[in-house]
Design a protein around this ligand. Structure first.
Ligand code: SF4
Length: 340
């Protein structure tokens, strides 16, 4: 799901960072410096200790003044929120669960704080018109994977992920394999790392959110549209589930960044952007927005799967247009992450 929003962003940049990583963290930082952002939102994070790990202290994000000093992106300020710190602990009591995994990436600097290990799980109930990964839709596809084996893979690169980084699980829709994601997250906490889920909030409170969220430190919440009818025509699902999910994040005091795909003619109407701004400002744990300009690089997968691409002919938004939208968010004191 994460990779579905901005194909170039998630398929090209992470790999660029992997290459940069080989040349050292300064190179990664320089790559991020090329992306523009403004971070002004103080973060709040007071989460209880998770099973299998010990919460040693609660972090406080940089103050507005400190954040504004960093006008450009770098590894420390791109996601200004600070997540709980976990001490490594015993994992022998954590259940082994099998899940269907599409793919993994060992290093990413664009899917949560610090350097992150990414897991893309298989399966999604949405059918977004702009999806760049229709190959993740089938719940039965992917590779059957043990949570313990995946944890072993993560453990091998653990030292590169610390101190701010951790593991991000995306999809497909990560919420649709709740026991697997929960087990992996518990393993991650037991390694002394933090957890992030990239989700549209699919599923239900008791069947999915109650299983995953107790072990989740940060959410990258993809809100597809603020208009209920347009949401449904864009994704095939009703919007009310996503709004209930936002209420759940508020209740649990889980910080989240919104991800919003900016598609000319579909999600760019000024009144819809205004609505997004107003709604965001009311969310108690909202940290900022990741604006993802629409791109067509995912189109070839539709062709390979012999599915007509619904957004044929839709152009990517111009740099100037996206800059104006970023300014609008900034003018409303909303921090924006965008590689425009
Ligand atoms: S269809 Fe699923 S995987 Fe594709 S963009 Fe939508 S939520 Fe993401």
């Amino acid at each position: 799901m994460l990779s579905s929003f901005s194909p170039w962003f998630y398929h090209i940049m992470p790999r660029a960072f992997v290459g940069s990583y080989a040349a050292g963290l300064p190179a990664v930082s320089n790559a991020l410096e090329r992306c523009r952002s403004r971070t002004v939102t103080p973060a709040i994070c007071a989460r209880p200790a998770a099973w299998g790990a010990t919460l040693t202290r609660t972090y406080v994000a940089p103050s507005s003044e400190e954040a504004v000093q960093h006008r450009h992106l770098n590894l420390e300020t791109r996601y200004a929120v600070e997540l709980p710190h976990y001490e490594p602990g015993d994992n022998s009591h954590i259940e082994e669960v099998f899940g269907n995994v599409h793919s993994t990436e060992s290093f990413s600097a664009v899917d949560g704080p610090g350097v992150r290990f990414l897991v893309f799980v298989q399966g999604c109930a949405m059918r977004c018109l702009f999806c760049s990964n229709p190959d993740t839709w089938n719940m039965k596809g992917g590779t059957r994977t043990s949570s313990k084996e995946l944890a072993d893979q993560i453990r091998k690169v653990r030292s590169y992920l610390r101190p701010r980084g951790g593991v991000t699980i995306s999809g497909g829709e990560a919420m649709l394999q709740p026991r697997f994601v929960s087990a992996v997250f518990q393993e991650v906490h037991a390694m002394g790392l933090n957890t992030t889920i990239d989700t549209t909030g699919q599923g239900t409170k008791h069947g999915n959110w109650d299983v995953v969220l107790p072990h989740t430190d940060l959410v990258l919440f993809c809100i597809k549209h603020m208009d209920p009818l347009k949401y449904e025509s864009l994704t095939g699902l009703k919007q009310k589930g996503a709004l209930r999910f936002a209420d759940e994040l508020a209740e649990r005091k889980i910080p989240f960044y919104l991800r919003y795909v900016y598609i000319p003619g579909y999600t760019d109407a000024p009144k819809d952007i205004d609505r997004l701004i107003e709604w965001s400002k009311k969310q108690p744990t909202f940290q900022g927005i990741e604006l993802l300009p629409y791109h067509v690089l995912g189109k070839n997968k539709w062709e390979v799967m012999h599915i007509p691409y619904p957004l044929d002919g839709v152009q990517t938004p111009s740099h100037e247009t996206v800059s104006k939208v970023i300014k609008l968010f900034n003018d409303n004191d909303i921090s924006v992450i965008c590689a425009n």
